[in-house]
Design a protein around this ligand. Structure first.
Ligand code: C2E
Ligand code: MG
Ligand code: MG
Length: 444
């Protein structure tokens, strides 16, 4: 096939999207069958780009292109369709699973680029010519639809099915609604505070030793105009993906600090704190994060020691995060590492980040009551080890997801200082919190 200049990607020398489309059309003209197309995306490439810079990002793209060519000499074509998206076209490919395996392997080998060691992971969407995809021309759309599903379901690969079309349309509508809501709210933050579309619910955190109310965690809720309430696990990753999370995140900081400033003290006169989740995306522009917190504290005069910021592990940001967290601590705020034990590289973070609290991920507690005694025992040992670790580092442990009395007794015995879970209360609307504090009976 003759390839025109505008059909090549100048950075990698591979076909670009136009080139791939032309190649697929040519296969249709020639009546070629049995083609399989992989759409491959480098996961979290946006973070690499923003945290390590464009030069490193470009090198990763060129190295990835070269590795793909070496690893898949049997591919008919390899293309870079845009940004961090690559496509691999095969003919008569039986070993699809093996190809996915090899894609995994080749990205896991670290890249050494300009003094940085980077480990990538990829997601793939796979489309094969069959009854639902009769022409090569339809493959690109099919594999991209499947890739979208792989991203949403956080799986490494997904295979095209016709019913994905309706799911994709729904996801697109959902994304559009989220954009509209956020852009609308961003235009006027005061209106957003009065608007019901985004709300914060608060879940109590209890001191194990005294049975007293210690703080509330702010948990965001989105009431979708037609679908009703949407769980944060669904809309927060989407907000991060379409790069609007910093807007929502700033709103939560302002609103939660303002709410906490109006809460009555406990019966013994002590004030109750507030814990706010901060997305890794909010560390991309630390100045906005720091300014939002400091302005909210200034405006409300809330004691900064009552404000706890919850971060999740994200190895990509440890350096910038550490500096920003120190600035937040200098303002008087406290820092918690959320969902501890869910990801990896936890130990380095305990050591490198200026933490006051760590929240034991609730999956450990769930396993504690597993019917499989070996699983329950493993979970108990893990919790013990993690709580011992928190003691060594002088970081107070909060056990998340305490649902039963038995779980409470166990984690308390093992050294948790604070607990949070449905045993005490689910997250409640902001309007209920003042009465909840007034009526709270310690030890209950
Ligand atoms: P998270 O920060 O780990 O919050 C705790 C989650 O566990 C909450 O889910 C809470 O309702 C749930 N939970 C608490 N106790 C129990 C229990 O006993 N059993 C069970 N099964 N679940 C319990 P929710 O509200 O759905 O939030 C999910 C996640 O969404 C949060 O996990 C947090 O990562 C994220 N999120 C929520 N609000 C915000 C926000 O304002 N900003 C950011 N960046 N993330 C948020
Ligand atoms: Mg949290
Ligand atoms: Mg958590």
């Amino acid at each position: 096939m003759d390839i025109a200049e505008n059909q090549r990607d100048p950075l990698t020398g591979l076909l670009n999207r136009l080139g791939l489309e032309a190649a697929l059309q040519e296969f249709d003209t020639l009546g070629r069958r049995g083609l399989t197309l992989f759409s491959v995306q480098i996961a979290r490439f946006g973070h690499i780009n923003s945290s390590l810079g464009g030069e490193i990002a470009d090198r990763i793209i060129t190295l990835t292109a070269r590795r793909l060519q070496k690893t898949f000499p049997n591919a008919l074509h390899i293309a870079r369709t845009h940004g961090d998206h690559f496509c691999l076209l095969f003919e008569g490919l039986d070993a699809v699973e093996e190809t996915i395996e090899r894609l995994d392997d080749f990205t896991r080998r670290p890249f050494a680029v300009l003094g940085e060691i980077i480990v990538l992971s990829v997601r793939s969407g796979v489309a094969r010519m069959d009854d639902s995809l009769r022409s090569a021309g339809m493959l690109l759309h099919g594999s991209e639809t499947a890739l979208q599903v792989a991203k949403e379901t956080k799986t490494r690969a997904s295979f095209y099915k016709p019913e994905m079309e309706e799911q994709a349309r729904q996801a697109h509508r959902f994304e559009n609604d989220l954009r509209v809501s956020i852009v609308h709210n961003h235009a006027d933050l005061h209106r957003a505070l009065a608007n019901d579309e985004f709300q914060i619910h608060y879940q109590p955190i209890i001191d194990c030793d005294t049975g007293q109310l210690y703080a509330f965690e702010a948990l965001m809720r989105w009431s979708h105009p037609t679908n009703g309430p949407v769980r944060p696990d669904l809309f927060i990753p989407l907000a991060e993906q379409i790069q609007v999370m910093h807007i929502l995140g700033s709103w939560v900081i302002q609103k939660a600090i303002a709410d906490a400033a109006t809460w009555p003290p406990r019966a013994d006169g002590q004030a109750v704190g507030v814990s706010i989740n901060i997305s890794a995306c909010q560390f991309i522009e630390p100045a906005i994060l720091l300014d939002t917190v400091s302005r909210a504290l200034d405006q409300t005069k809330l004691d900064p020691a009552l404000v706890k910021l919850e971060i999740t592990e994200s190895s990509a940001f440890v350096d910038t995060m550490s500096e920003t967290l120190q600035r937040l601590k200098d303002m008087g705020c406290r820092i918690a590492l959320d969902d501890f034990g869910k990801g990896y590289s936890c130990l380095t973070q305990l050591h490198e980040l200026p933490l006051d609290y760590m929240k034991l991920d609730r999956s450990f507690l769930k396993d504690l009551e597993s019917e499989d005694p070996a699983k329950a025992m493993r979970s108990r040992k893990l919790i013990q080890a993690i709580l011992a670790l928190s003691g060594t580092f002088d970081i107070a442990a909060i056990a998340e997801g305490v649902e039963t009395r038995q779980q409470l007794d166990e984690v308390r015995q093992m050294g948790a200082k604070l607990v949070q879970g449905f045993l005490y209360s689910r997250a409640r609307p902001a309007s209920e919190i003042p009465d909840y504090i007034k009526n709270f009976v310690p030890g209950s």
